[in-house]
Design a protein around this ligand. Structure first.
Ligand code: F6P
Length: 379
């Protein structure tokens, strides 16, 4: 019998977190189960900081609200946690036992982990250590393994598509090439889908290394047809053929030792196209606009379905699993499948290029559709 459950949101925020929290909380209210939220993701689990959510005014009216009412922490990996000693030296410690103790002490029968690949890797590891976890796939990047779609993705695509509509009119007016850099690290889903939704002329994704000359030629062909402007979507992780992604090493260690950030891919493409094509080029980086703000109706429904399914699984006693959408149907898979070959307990591989993430494949319908209508993919 389920008595008390807790929710945590971990990793970069997305629109749709609050609707998942709301669905779990409402389902708890229907079934007379106490519902709690850990503050700031795995950090809250570690520090044992949580608030009650069921029948709490703080958790009312959150369906259209962006962000997360219980916060979220990026890159907090309890198996490899940054600890600063009194003498200023830094150490990474495995504090997972502390999390297990907290959950046992507080009597949580289930912990719902809302997050991407890294969060679900920890959820699987904590499940092995004895915490009854159930994952819900979140990320704007849409790259969590085993599911067709993550919540937050649709909102990000909608924001990018709207940006492209706006860039189109200014590109046309000033006879410019407008590049839009969108998020997505190793996966080109946001770039590809928004390029189709926003009528872009070219799209560069990490999965297809690009030849800038091919992009320039396609824009020149447009000019020859009388189109004195072009709109190009560039994924932040886009890679030139025989080159590397545009990254920089941040001085700020976000807690895991991972300091590599993506930045500059769109600017690089804009500068090169300006030289090669001879039209003025500009770059707009969409950044965190894709993550913030109100969720689309699609994401509200998807998040609600995911939250309700997660609670159903908890009540059936199915733990160590992830709620997924497979061929349009709500389902679940073991977290063991989600981590793929990344089996080592506590391995800090979530969120990196070695993670088990779902990338765009060359036979995907979106790739085919883009090619069919003449969108240049840079190859
Ligand atoms: O994984 C989601 C994501 O939005 C990526 O697309 C992006 O590279 C990253 O988060 C940025 O994260 P941060 O909040 O650490 O800057």
């Amino acid at each position: 019998m389920l008595k008390r459950v807790a929710i945590l949101a971990n990793g970069g925020d997305v629109a749709g977190l609050n609707p998942v929290i709301r669905a779990i909380k409402r389902s708890c209210e229907v079934h007379g189960i106490e519902c709690y939220g850990f503050i700031d993701g795995y950090k809250g689990l570690l520090e044992n900081k949580f608030i009650r959510l069921d029948f709490n005014h703080l958790a009312d009216g959150i369906l259209p609200k962006g962000g997360s009412i219980i916060g979220s922490s990026t890159n907090t990996i309890v198996f490899h946690y940054k600890v600063t000693n009194p003498d200023g030296t830094v150490e990474y410690k495995d504090l997972s036992d502390l999390c297990v103790q907290n959950v046992m002490k507080d009597g949580f029968d289930c912990v719902f982990t809302l997050g991407g690949d890294s969060t679900q890797k920890s959820a699987r590891d904590l499940f092995i250590k004895g915490i009854k976890t159930i994952g819900v796939p979140k990320t704007i990047d849409n790259d969590v393994a085993c599911t067709d779609i993550t919540f937050g993705y649709n909102t990000a695509v909608s924001v990018a598509a709207e940006a492209l509509d706006r860039l189109h009119t200014t590109a046309e007016t000033h006879h410019r090439i407008m590049c839009l850099e969108v998020m997505g690290r190793y996966a080109g889903w946001i770039a590809l889908e928004s390029a189709i939704a926003g009528g872009a002329d070219a799209v560069l994704i990490p999965e297809i290394p690009y030849d800038i000359n091919k992009v320039a030629q396609s824009i020149k062909r447009r000019i020859a047809r009388g189109k004195q402007f072009s709109v190009v979507v560039v994924s932040e992780g886009a890679i030139p053929k025989n080159g590397q992604a545009s990254t920089f090493n941040s001085d700020v260690d976000n807690g895991t030792g991972i300091t590599v950030k993506f930045a500059g891919a769109g600017d690089k493409v804009a500068k090169e196209l300006e030289k090669l094509v001879g039209l003025e080029a500009r770059c707009t980086t969409l950044g965190y606009m894709q993550r913030g703000g109100t969720p689309t109706a699609y994401d509200r429904v998807l998040s609600t379905k995911y939250g309700a399914k997660a609670m159903e699984l908890a009540m059936e006693g199915k733990f160590g699993v992830l709620t997924v959408i497979k061929n349009g149907k709500l389902d679940y898979v073991p977290l063991e499948e989600v981590v793929g070959n990344n089996k080592e307990l506590g391995a800090v591989e979530g969120g990196t290029e070695d993670s088990n993430v779902r990338l765009v494949t060359m036979d995907d319908e979106l790739v085919k559709t883009a090619r069919d209508i003449g969108i240049c993919l840079g190859d």
